[in-house]
Design a protein around this ligand. Structure first.
Ligand code: PLP
Length: 455
């Protein structure tokens, strides 16, 4: 094998095991990138090996596992994360949209210490802090009432329990490619891979209104549960007509419309519902709204939420030791009202919209494309260089992986599936640098990313 230096970009270089001086194939470029990754992250490999003894695969959260082994992060400050191997990255993962506030926001720190010093963590009782956060969420997201959970997954599960109890029906319509938590995954039109309740799901097609209408009109449907932008599905937005059509069909069929805003609540002051002009019966929330702590919530119509009113006969229990934990209540409230104000939210997403347009411009005519809304962005590689991506579109995984390895070498921490999320406080210069890094990548691998016009 003849290792050749293909092209040098400042400090970073793309090498590939290629014959002679021809540019490397995608496989060769990827193998070279993996070899460099292993060299740069030797301590992470050691930590991973140790972890595999007590954690299956060294992992307790599937999403953050990467091959050949995960990078171990040691800390995060401001807009950056630093790995155990000593590399500092501009954090474009933002904990998959949670870290909207950055890693060491003084308001969050202050809220945490105030909660600890003046309130206490485990009071085993009702406190005013849950009312304060409920008021802020109801006002911001146009909800009549809300209940808290410990995660977005739980929020969705309880929203479904509420819908079934309220309607007396059992079936739930979801969309292919949808993700509503670790127990509610709908990929490729299959039913949830790990949900106990498989028989009751109807999986309709994303961005295909006829498919959803048909599903909603079936006998025995309690609710339709959808994301307005499929996050885990690649930051792919639904069309406005599609979402409004779902809402109208659900209303006509007396089926509850549940909008999963666990990820998208950060996209506008009133969440994606406010951008698309939707009024869901139930909205589910989580991620950033806990200020960085484990959090979930579901809210909406009081007549539905009253199913959980413990004063009423035959109400449903909704237990959860940590549902009202003081830390998440206090920190979540501080984050939403003192940092992520409507103005700051609009500004962050305007920055994201500009970034999406710039990335789209530099990738036009290549196999790479970008999707998303505001501060949640997905990158994709397809053979045809499709600018509009549907969840089912097959991607060129070698290029996707190569992009991930090389963005790390350029100092950017990006999700392995190519998604990025913005956080408050990332300097504009860093975003500019990212655009230049993407552009350089596309030039470096021009022979691999050019769309084959003859196809
Ligand atoms: C749209 C959506 N719903 C629900 C969830 C689940 O939230 P959690 O991971 O807090 O359980 C996620 C998490 O990624 C999500 O993206």
């Amino acid at each position: 094998m003849n290792r050749v230096l293909y092209k040098i970009q400042g400090e970073s270089m793309a090498t590939g095991a290629a014959a002679g001086n021809r540019p490397p194939t995608a496989r060769e470029a990827l193998d070279a990138a993996i070899a460099r990754f292993q060299q740069r992250n030797a301590l992470s490999l050691e930590l991973h090996r140790k972890a595999t003894k007590t954690l299956p695969g060294g992992n307790t959260r599937t999403q953050v596992h990467t091959t050949p082994f995960p990078v171990y992060m040691s800390s995060g400050t401001g807009y950056q994360v630093t790995s155990e191997d000593g590399h500092t990255y501009t954090d474009l993962v933002a904990e998959v949209t949670v870290s909207v506030y950055g890693h060491s926001n003084p308001v969050i720190r202050d809220a945490i210490t105030t909660a600890f010093d003046n309130v206490g963590l485990n009071l085993g009782a009702t406190t005013v802090y849950e009312t304060t956060l409920a008021e802020a969420l109801c006002s911001r997201y146009d909800l009549e009432q809300v209940r808290f959970t410990n995660s977005g997954t739980e929020a969705n599960l309880h929203a479904l329990v509420a819908a079934r109890a309220y309607t007396g029906k059992r079936k739930i319509v979801v969309l292919g490619g949808g993700y509503h938590g670790g127990l509610l995954i709908f990929r490729g039109g299959e039913v949830a891979v790990n949900n106990v309740d498989q028989a009751d799901w109807i999986v309709a097609r994303f961005n295909d209104l006829d498919s959803v209408r048909g599903a909603i009109q079936q006998e025995g449907v309690a609710a339709v549960l959808v994301e307005g932008l499929q996050g885990v599905g690649g930051a792919v937005p639904a069309s406005v007509e599609f979402m409004r059509g779902i809402e109208a069909s659900a209303r006509d069929a007396k089926v509850l419309f549940i909008l999963d805003e666990v990820m998208t609540s950060r996209l506008a002051p009133g969440g994606l519902a406010s951008i698309y002009g939707l009024k869901p019966d139930i909205m589910t929330l989580g991620k950033a709204l806990g200020g960085g702590l484990a959090f979930g919530a579901f809210g909406g119509r009081a007549d539905i939420l009253s199913i959980f009113d413990p004063r009423l006969d035959r109400s449903l229990p909704h237990h959860g030791t940590f549902n009202n934990n003081t830390l998440a209540m206090i920190v979540g409230h501080a984050g939403l009202t003192r940092i992520f104000t409507p103005e700051v939210c609009k500004q962050l997403n305007a920055t994201g919209d500009i970034l999406i347009r710039r990335l789209a411009a530099i990738s036009t005519g290549t196999k790479m494309s970008f999707t998303g809304i505001g501060s949640i962005i997905g990158s994709h590689f397809t053979q045809a260089g499709l600018q509009t991506i549907e969840r089912e579109t097959p991607e060129v995984t070698e290029l996707k992986d190569l992009f991930w390895y090389e963005m790390m070498e350029e100092g950017f921490w990006v999700l392995r599936d190519g998604r990025i999320a913005l956080m408050i406080g990332t300097p504009q210069d860093e975003l500019e640098k990212f655009v230049r890094a993407v552009e350089a990548f596309l030039q470096r691998y021009g022979h691999l990313v050019q769309v084959d016009q003859s196809r």
